[in-house]
Design a protein around this ligand. Structure first.
Ligand code: GLU
Length: 485
């Protein structure tokens, strides 16, 4: 069975690059009918925090990346937090010692550094020099009597290693690249390269998808697999995600964590869709893809070998499509907290169904201008508040000589209308204004828009009027006429 895993270290908020890795591992498992594991790699005690574990699980759930095995989901190969697996690492490390593939090492950091510097000065590779490889029981006792607590060090193979990476192709590690390395610290905590192999092995992970910054670690991992007598999993080291300036994606580029995108009001499916395009492309060239589409189409053979560029414009393009096409009830409910943030409405206002329906109409009308729901705030003001600010570009239109006659004509004609002014009526009214004033096109529509919204852009006027209502429409026209003076 295909088994993939996501193995984050909970040392910060989930970053776009990390979650992209999680998504690909998830999609591959789902595509193949396999299993997806979440494993928390929290052995860096100082930098790991439970809050980050909680947050990353929340981010994954929000995006819909549910795991089959993991903390709180169970599975037969737990526990799924490395900090709860220390006895397992100890057992395997000691087994390697008993087999002569690892040994207790009593050298202090300073002693090792000193000897490394010497080797370097002699032009030799600065590897651990193997001092503790052959200690007798008596020698160990003496060192322990000095108060030294040993680490367990892996005895590296003196041979070439190679493997076929799904993304990178054949990768070779010539012998002598790595010296003997620590697998278990004196405090019982494992090192990454050891813990990851023991866990992937015991959890029966078949495919390791991860960032290509781990490529150089793979040689140590291959050695541990060999020592354990276990075939290594298939590796896919994915190219990095870069910012639009082709530098490593970082805070400088704006939002980079899942949490930030969620708080801005992006829909989870938009982020998921966009993330999938960071280093993968669909065989049919489609870019708007649902989670089901992604599961159906995702495969490892279309992973890109070159870095992916994070493009916020493309994310917004996908996101806008989703905001427009999603169920209005859902969009309204998701937009509501942002509308509340404006302070223009409160719970009492919302308890009236008429108000709710009005607001829903506003959201329906303006959602096409939003790729993230926080942007709804920019469009709410002129619907709720008749005293909205007038944008300078809108004011410039109002001040044109032709504007007052247009607004006056519109005022007169709209007052004559008895029913709703929809598109058909509005086109007739506009023709009549044009006939009376000789003004048409932009010079006719812009002053009306400016008077009704205070902005140069926004929903079609004939969509606006039924939502605002005729009475408030006239009030706004009067206000604009007053401003023109
Ligand atoms: N904890 C490692 C990381 O977050 C996992 C690397 C791996 O997938 O092997 O980078």
């Amino acid at each position: 069975m295909i088994k993939t895993r996501f193995a984050p270290s909970p040392t910060g908020q989930l970053h776009i690059g990390n979650i992209r890795t999680a998504l690909f591992a998830y999609l591959y498992a789902r595509h193949t009918g396999g299993k997806f594991i979440l494993r928390i790699e929290d052995t860096d005690i100082e930098r790991s925090h439970e809050d980050f574990t909680v947050a990353l699980m929340e981010d994954m759930r929000w995006l819909g990346l549910e795991w089959d095995e993991g903390p709180d989901a169970g599975g037969g190969n737990g526990p799924y937090r490395q900090s709860e697996r220390l006895a397992i690492y100890k057992e395997y490390a000691e087994k390697l010692v008993s087999e002569g593939r690892a040994y207790y090492c009593y050298c202090s950091e300073e002693e090792i550094e000193e000897r490394k510097a010497k080797l370097e000065a002699e032009g030799k590779p600065p590897h651990y020099d193997g001092k503790c490889r052959h200690l007798s029981a008596a020698e160990r006792k003496t060192l322990e009597a000095e108060g030294r607590v040993p680490v367990i060090r892996f005895w590296s193979y003196e041979e070439d290693f190679e493997f076929d990476d799904v993304v990178k192709g054949n990768v070779k590690f010539p012998k002598g690249m790595v010296g003997d390395f620590v697998i278990l610290r004196s405090n019982g905590l494992p090192l990454y390269n050891f813990a990851v192999v023991i866990d992937d092995m015991l959890m029966e992970v078949s495919h390791v998808l991860r960032a290509d910054e781990h490529l150089s670690n793979t040689v140590r991992q291959l050695m541990i697999y060999k020592a354990c007598g276990v075939k290594s999993p298939v590796f896919a080291h994915m190219a990095l995600v870069l910012g639009p300036d082709k530098k490593k994606l970082s805070k400088r580029h704006g939002a980079t964590s899942v949490d930030e995108f969620r708080k801005m009001g992006y829909l989870p499916e938009s982020l998921l869709n966009y993330l999938a395009l960071l280093g993968w492309s669909s065989p049919d060239g489609r870019e708007i893809l649902s989670k089901d589409d992604l599961i159906k189409l995702f495969d490892l053979d279309r992973l890109s070998t070159s870095p992916a560029i994070f493009d916020p414009v493309k994310l917004d393009w996908i996101a806008k499509h989703d905001v427009i096409n999603s169920d209005i009830e859902r969009i309204f409910n998701l937009a509501l907290p942002y509308i509340m943030e404006t302070g223009l409405i409160d719970d009492a206002y919302l308890s009236d169904t008429k108000n709710r329906d009005f607001l829903k109409g506003v959201v329906q009308l303006t959602r096409g201008y939003c790729s993230r729901l926080s942007q709804i705030k920019e469009h709410i003001d002129y619907f709720l508040n008749d005293d909205f600010e007038i944008h300078p570009d809108a004011m410039a239109f109002l001040k044109k000589d032709t504007s007052a006659p247009v607004i006056n004509a519109f005022r007169e004609l709209i007052l004559k209308e008895t029913g709703d002014v929809g598109e058909e009526q509005f086109v007739k009214i506009a023709d009549e204004i044009s006939r009376r004033t000789g003004v048409k096109g932009k010079n006719l529509f812009m002053p009306l828009r400016a008077a009704l919204t205070g902005r140069p852009h926004g929903p079609e006027i004939y969509f606006l009027i039924p939502v605002i209502g005729s009475e408030r429409t006239v009030k706004r026209l009067d206000r604009a006429l007053g401003l023109i003076g």
